[in-house]
Design a protein around this ligand. Structure first.
Ligand code: GLA
Ligand code: ZN
Length: 677
């Protein structure tokens, strides 16, 4: 349990009483009770209020707010407030202001804007976290710490540049090793001394938001920035822990956010929390994948849904309303994938600045007679009914899909073979192919224990880090199935090509050699022609993006290209390796092919779909103490029929028992309890 002071799915969200008056606070208290809200995230942007100048701290408002909320039955997710520095600090200490990718020194403004290597920021952020922890350590309402907010963005100032050199020295030891790792003999960029290394931005090696001349330095800068921001988070974490070792600490992550390596971050969070803002047209399976990733970064531990909007966003191009029932449906989707909280941004809609059109539990009209409030209050009641039944329940997937931020950075920094390669969407294609068939999967990092899985899928495993190939070989030799794709096994962790033939270190496992890589224009397609019918796979399928031209070196050829000068050469292969199999998919196929392939592979490994259901019906399972909770989430507006099997299961939301065919109403949710398999 995240904190057993509140043994149920926490329900609440971001609350900014500093923007309101005393009369409104009373109304807030009344309406929070009506809505079943039991946790409020406060103090997220209150640094300016608490520390009006360098010497003074004033906690009176926070004291009052903590007491008021707690006395009203609302627990507190207490933010440290360091996500936006005060104006006086920006004026007096320019080092807190970042330098952007174009080399421009920022002025005061915005948020999430402090340089992580600024001595001033590090000193005062740590000090504030310490003061808060000392002051509120015994407050009965304190449930969890929320450090800063949505860390992100990079800085290219001189302090960062200096810290980068220190980080590089630690990583490489000598300038000679650094030159080797970055292949600086290219274009005569040899470094003679550490202080010749500068931050890679638009003034040096990069342009157009991430294109680079030297992948080595650009990749390392991303590692270093992720590390720097994590380091400044850790300063606050450590300070808090001195006073409240038993209160959990988190910071809110952002799903598939590009710039931070969340597998590294998760090691330093007591519980992962994240902010879920899908658009109306975001594929349901993309949101599902992101939840699974947020569960996966901490090895399957339940996470917090820290933010979602009850109705609409303000920052997307088209901020559609969540249709009636959708807020509830998406809240349960988070729970189905491992969330033990349902929280919103924001509890009350602000009246000024850029978030006044962002949805809230309490709308501008101020009373409870709104559609949004009613839906929130109904969900609040349901979560009370669920009590602690699902808390701490885990997933039970037998398929693991690898996601690796460094590999992603490297593929995206790559100059060639195509600008159209998007790592996350290639991963999502595989996730979606399983999702559409109600087969569960976990999103896993390279450090995951593969032995709990029967199938490991590594889409676009471009960068093969030290130890990875051996780990996969062991997994396959013991009977596992490994699937990887085009543009895999190309480079090591410094983005240096493994010579001797692609896919480098994975070559003997896969039993193939990739001789060339063809990049297709978006309108240009090739075909995957099956050599013979294999389960659901027959005849031919469309493919595109990249086509590896491969030769079998022992692998069985299951399909060949249908077109172009490499027509007839292998495109899908399988290699027997020890007791297991390794598949290579040499191109990016259409969804029907991937669904067929993964259905076949799962069948070979005796992995069954959770249910049989029409499109738009999502199912997941959480298990604990020998019980399984089968979630059925109907993303369609109309009712659907789902086959759940013989066993009788009881819906936690209604108490009714079901087996065989069940009807899930349009946008409806069922949580069916049964015995774990
Ligand atoms: C983020 C932030 C919040 C708020 C919301 C709006 O998630 O953490 O402060 O700005 O976005 O969607
Ligand atoms: Zn900086």
């Amino acid at each position: 349990m995240i904190n057993n002071k509140l043994p149920k799915i926490w329900y609440g969200g971001d609350y900014n009483p500093e923007q309101w008056d005393a009369q409104t606070w009373q109304e807030d208290d009344r309406m929070f009770k009506l809505a079943g809200i039991d946790v409020a995230t406060i103090n997220v942007f209150s640094w300016a209020m608490i520390q009006p100048d360098e010497e003074s701290y004033d906690f009176s408002f926070l004291d009052e707010t903590m007491d008021r909320l707690y006395n009203n039955g609302t627990y507190i997710c207490l933010a440290t407030g360091t996500a936006a520095h005060p104006a006086w600090m920006a004026k007096r200490y320019p080092d807190v202001r970042r330098v952007d990718v174009q080399g421009r020194k920022r002025k005061f403004g915005g948020r999430h804007n402090s340089c992580p290597n600024s001595p001033t920021y590090r000193k005062y952020a740590t000090k504030l976290a310490g003061k808060l922890a000392e002051r509120y350590k015994d407050h009965p309402g304190l449930l969890i710490w929320h450090v800063s907010n949505e860390y992100g963005g990079y800085c290219y100032c001189e302090n960062c540049e200096a810290a980068f050199r220190v980080w590089l020295k630690q990583r490489y030891g000598s300038i000679k090793e650094l030159n080797k790792a970055w292949n600086t003999a290219f274009w005569g960029h040899t470094f003679y001394d550490w202080d010749e290394v500068v931050a890679p931005n638009d003034l040096s090696e990069e342009w157009a938001g991430g294109r680079t001349n030297f992948q080595g330095i650009s990749l390392d800068y991303r590692r270093f920035m992720s590390y720097s921001l994590l380091d400044v988070y850790k300063l606050e974490y450590d300070e808090i822990k001195k006073h409240t070792p038993d209160i959990p600490v988190t910071t809110n992550l952002m799903g598939t956010y590009q710039e931070l390596d969340y597998f590294e971050w998760a090691k330093h969070l007591d519980v992962v929390s994240w902010d879920n803002y899908p658009s109306l047209d975001t594929p349901v399976s993309y949101t599902a994948m992101t939840h699974d990733l947020m569960r996966g970064v901490k090895h399957g531990q339940p996470f917090m849904l820290m933010e979602q909007t009850p109705s609409q966003q303000n920052w997307q191009a088209y901020n559609s309303l969540k249709r009636p029932g959708v807020m509830r449906l998406w809240s349960y989707q988070a729970v189905a994938h491992g969330a033990d909280t349902v929280m919103f941004f924001q509890l009350r809609r602000s009246i000024g600045a850029c978030e006044k059109y962002h949805g809230a539990v309490i709308e501008h009209v101020g009373h409870e007679h709104t559609r949004v409030f009613r839906e929130c209050a109904e969900l609040g009641q349901e979560l009370v009914t669920l009590s602690d039944s699902i808390l701490d329940a885990r997933g039970n997937a037998k398929v693991g899909i690898i996601f690796d931020w460094e590999n992603r950075w490297a593929t995206e920094l790559s100059s060639g073979p195509t600008i159209a390669l998007n790592y996350v969407s290639e991963v999502h294609k595989y996730y979606d192919a399983l999702f559409q068939q109600n087969i569960e999967s976990d999103m896993v990092g390279l450090e995951a224990d593969f032995s709990q899985y029967k199938v490991i899928i590594a889409p676009v495993m471009y960068m093969v880090k030290q130890g990875f190939a051996i780990k996969v070989e062991e997994f396959v030799a013991a009977g596992g199935t490994f699937i990887t794709t085009f543009f895999s096994g190309i480079v090591n962790e410094n983005d240096l090509v493994t010579t001797g033939g692609y896919p480098g270190e994975l070559r003997s496992l896969l039993g193939i050699w990739a001789e060339e890589i063809d990049a297709l224009f978006p309108e240009h397609k090739n075909a995957i022609v099956m050599n013979k019918t294999w389960g659901a796979l027959k005849d031919s399928y469309e493919c595109g993006l990249l086509c590896d031209i491969i030769h079998s070196e022992g692998a069985e050829i299951l399909a060949e290209y249908g077109d172009d000068f490499y027509q007839g050469s292998p495109v899908l292969t399988v290699n027997n390796f020890g007791k297991g199999k390794a598949y290579y998919v040499a191109t990016s196929p259409e969804p029907a092919f991937l669904q067929g392939l993964l259905a076949n592979v799962c069948e070979e490994q005796n992995i069954k779909p959770l249910v049989h259901a029409p499109t738009g019906l999502e199912s997941t399972q959480r298990v604990k103490n020998g019980e399984s909770f089968l979630f059925l989430l109907n993303h369609n507006a109309n009712d659907v029929q789902v086959e759940i099997g013989e066993e009788t299961r009881v819906d936690l939301l209604t108490g009714q028992a079901y087996s065989g065919q069940v009807t899930v109403t349009g946008r409806g949710v069922m949580i069916l309890k049964g015995a774990a398999q």
